[in-house]
Write a protein of this length. Sequence first.
Length: 308
Amino acid sequence: MKALALLPAFALVGLTMACGAGGSGAGDAGSSNSSSAAAPGGASDIPAVAKDAKLAAMVPASVTSDGKILVGQDQSYPPNEFLDENGKPAGFDVDLGTAIGQKLGLQMEFQNSAFDGIIPGIQAGKYELAMSSFSITPERLQTVDMVSYYKAGTSLAVLKGNPEGLNLDNLCGKKMGVQKGTTQVDDLQTRNDACVKAGKPAIDVTQLQAQTDVNLALTAKRVQGELADSPVIDYAVKQTGGQLDVVGAPYDTAPYGIVLKKDSGDYSKAVQQAVQALIDDGTYKKILDKWGLSGAGAVTTSELNPAS
């Protein structure tokens, strides 16, 4: 999947930011860069959708009382979620999240966080929903509910021309970059265990808080390769002006899920049905088209996991 060169200034801001709590999303779990996307019916380059009164009635008063949904998000992961040149949340998840809020008659307030602090924030009640490219995994489903809305695999990115000759089968002894808390951390650990078991050098893994910092580490040659979600790697290749290449095809494709507190009942069902309504009315496709994500990752059915 490749991203459209629609908002290059936005992407370059995200890809070149150094680590810090400002625009990169690299702050600690307590950082609170927050901003609201368009209110229901507000201005947007994606046409606003109408409130569905039936779905809105399914959202508990504890959420609706202030007229907004607090959304946990690591805004360092373009094109899915990042801060634009004006410091405002942007990306596929932001646009889709805003449309979900409109369906439910609520404003979405996107709060910036370290990725690995988001699910604990959901469990603690700090956030009322999370939308930050979370793959649905059995481990996560033990602690939260997740509503599927997209599919993504993992891709390997290297410097242009692949000067180290990297591929997924020869990462032993190589310097690899990855974002903390992602499924790719586990992927590299499994590969490292295999290296050690075979008597080969261990993989030298650098974990960074923000995906934008992982991209920067690769272009600065501090690491030799990186693993990340396929749409994010594709976007990084596009927006770094050809400094990076993708090696091979995406693998381990899995659905993304919107994260809600465990056993949220009708609230989780309302979110799932809102996503499905946006798929059915064409809004979902318009958002995918905007971000160049209308390929194999698009889904036709949203599901609540675990089913209830």
